[in-house]
Design a protein around this ligand. Structure first.
Ligand SMILES: [Zn+2]
Length: 299
């Protein structure tokens, strides 16, 4: 089953944000927000936070799974709203957030989307400025955070999509938050999107196998919702196959002497079709496809 709309997923898990930018509220005695979204979805978050009957003072953590602009853009807004939260990320993500140029890029991509969504006025009203992210605690492989009531979160370092990527696993509930370290469902919910190994394709596949070995009943993505049950159990195996298929597809194009430019164009176009992300500009789309194709050819 694929859950496309924000709301209650399990007693302990709420889906926040939107279909394309998903965040989660994981509830023990204390609670953790998983994912940092983008600032343009803050009006949705504003409504969702206002309408929850959950005691907001219990939200003690926010985990950023990696430093891409579409996974951390709403963090400054959320931290202003819930200042008691400790912000968690990998040590490499902390390094990225201490880099002025990286922060400026994240801010500009989030601002552009606010403008395109016609939310400039709203952004002033609820203060959506992306100024900085202060990491309160660095998490490393196999670190845990105990939320109480039997809900322990285990962090897994998965440096394939980016060097700074982490996944979160909740053994008691068999929930995995793979972020972009695995493919996610396509926009129409019927297929599986391209792999995105922007750091290392070998590691990407290796770590995907590691994630696939976990017992999973719920896969909570940061793009395109939540898979549950049988579909969740099968998905990561399919993601491994998809990564191999896409590698073969690229190798075949190169073998047929297509130009690298043509391969990149085709790959970028396919990703756009699969995701229809309104926040990816054509330039970013192209540069991501260049990186991914390069990493796949290198492996
Ligand atoms: Zn990403």
């Amino acid at each position: 089953m694929l859950i496309k709309s924000p709301g209650k997923v399990l007693d302990r898990l709420e889906f926040l944000g939107t279909w394309q930018n998903c965040l989660y509220l994981l509830k023990g005695k204390e609670a953790m927000i998983v994912g940092g979204g983008m600032s343009w979805i803050a009006p949705e978050l504003e409504r969702q936070i206002a309408s929850t009957d959950f005691d907001l003072s219990r939200i003690r953590y926010l985990a950023i799974t990696h430093s891409h602009f579409d996974h951390c853009g709403a963090v400054p807004y959320l931290k202003r709203k819930l200042p008691q939260m400790n912000i968690l990320a990998s040590s490499y993500a902390r390094r990225v957030f201490s880099n002025k140029k990286a922060v400026q890029f994240i801010a500009s991509m989030n601002e552009k989307m606010i403008d395109r969504a016609g939310l400039l006025e709203k952004a002033k009203e609820i203060d959506l400025q992306f100024d900085a992210i202060q990491i309160d605690r660095v998490v490393a492989d196999l670190d845990t955070v105990d939320l109480g009531d039997g809900i322990e979160v285990r962090f897994l370092e998965v440096p394939g999509h980016t060097k700074c990527s982490i996944a979160l696993y909740v053994p008691a509930l068999k929930i995995l938050f793979p972020s972009d370290s695995a493919s996610f469902p396509t926009y129409d919910g019927k297929g599986i999107a391209q792999p995105s190994p922007q750091y290392d394709f070998r590691l990407y596949k290796e770590l995907l196998k590691k994630l696939a070995s976990l017992e999973v009943e719920t896969l909570a993505f940061e793009h395109h919702g939540v898979l549950m049950g049988e579909e969740a159990r099968r998905f990561l195996g399919q993601a491994i196959e998809k990564a191999e298929e896409d590698r073969k597809f690229i190798m075949t194009m190169v073998h047929n002497q297509e130009s690298l430019e043509a391969v990149v164009q085709k790959f970028a176009g396919e990703f756009q079709e699969q995701t229809r992300f309104p926040f990816l500009t054509p330039e970013v789309q192209k540069s991501v496809a260049e990186t991914v194709v390069g990493k796949i050819l290198q492996a």
